[in-house]
Design a protein around this ligand. Structure first.
Ligand code: PBG
Length: 318
């Protein structure tokens, strides 16, 4: 109704969706061996953090009222099985311990659980003799990583590798290792997306031979497949589920919202962030306004919380 749009106060009163800093989770990168933060060129405003700049960043996010972080570690050395992903002194585990020591339970500390940042071939699992990712061998690896991350203090582990059965394997491993309270946020409907481009710079991942992840991540022509992945992950013990990317998949998000009653997350990914940044830096769009509009749309479609590289900037607008 036009009458209900006449003043800012009226528009606020009748709005059905309000985005708040508490709805946001900031993905953060920590790079082993850095003494100061290093900008990610394809993601203006985003850094690979050193151990100390990471803690400073978490502090300011907490002060802004952000609910949580999703941590990605980038190791100095990579190998075929991604062993730094579960090494007790691996970059992610060290950072998790330092964050929990400094901030305790002031925010929700989530850890991305995958091995592509740690493998020399850049795939999310162990490669077999035919050059394909070996699903079941990878499950054992994920179980190790889950225990290492939980031991280091992650409140939430977030498997993003799209192996069948990964949630079950991780839940079982966590329970056996006496981490019954560590929750699982499953990257359930995760598409083999071109929107992850800038992220690969951020984590220094190149897939061997110019390969892709189409054999394990979802085909973006499909929506029902996304819902099936969500149902499977819930039956395997996921506490929360996620749709990723966000803007091009709002239909999947709406359907997921209609179907599940657990907390539902969406990941506004690197390419979605960088496109807005690039257009804004050319003066073609108002970056702050478009960021707020995009994230509000994701919440309107049904997300309970949103992982976004805009977390800090949007929270600063409040
Ligand atoms: C896998 C992972 C990826 C992202 C999050 N976890 C990359 C991939 O699946 O290739 C992408 C996030 C983004 O683009 O912002 N470890």
């Amino acid at each position: 109704m036009r009458r209900l749009r006449t003043t800012a106060a009226m528009r606020r009163l009748v709005s059905d969706t309000t985005l708040l800093p508490t709805d946001l989770v900031a993905p953060l990168f920590v790079r082993e061996g850095l003494s100061e933060p290093k900008p990610v060129l394809s993601m203006p405003g985003v850094m690979q953090h050193s151990r100390s700049s990471l803690l400073a960043e978490v502090k300011s996010l907490v002060d802004l009222g952000i609910s949580g972080i999703m941590l990605f570690g980038i190791p100095e050395t990579k190998d075929a099985t991604g062993s730094q992903a579960y090494d007790r002194d691996g970059v992610t585990q060290v950072a998790l311990r330092e964050i929990r020591e400094a901030f305790g339970d002031e925010l929700v500390v989530m850890s991305d659980l995958c091995v592509d940042e740690f493998t020399d071939h850049g795939h999310c699992g162990i490669i077999n003799d035919e050059g394909h990712v070996d699903n079941d061998a990878t499950l054992d690896l994920y179980a190790e990583v889950a225990i290492a991350q939980a031991e280091a203090g992650a409140h939430v582990v977030a498997p993003s590798g799209m192996m069948d059965g990964q949630v079950f394997a991780i839940r079982e491993a966590l329970d056996e290792a006496q981490f019954p309270d560590t929750s699982i946020l499953a990257y359930s409907a995760k598409y083999a997306s071109g929107f992850y481009g800038p992220f690969r710079d951020a984590v220094e991942v190149e897939i061997a031979g110019g390969g892709d992840r189409k054999q394990y991540q979802q085909d973006w022509r499909n929506s029902r497949d996304g819902l099936e992945e969500i149902r499977l992950d819930l039956s395997e013990g996921a506490d929360m589920v996620m749709v990723k990317p966000a803007m091009a998949y709002l239909d999947v998000l709406i359907q997921a919202r209609a179907e599940v009653d657990v907390p539902l997350a969406a990941y506004h990914v690197s390419g979605e962030y960088s496109m807005i940044k690039a257009a804004a830096s050319n003066g073609w769009i108002d970056g702050d306004a478009v960021a707020l509009e995009s994230l509000t749309a994701i919440k309107r479609a049904g997300a309970d919380f949103i992982l976004t590289y805009f977390a800090r900037e949007v929270a600063e607008q409040f």
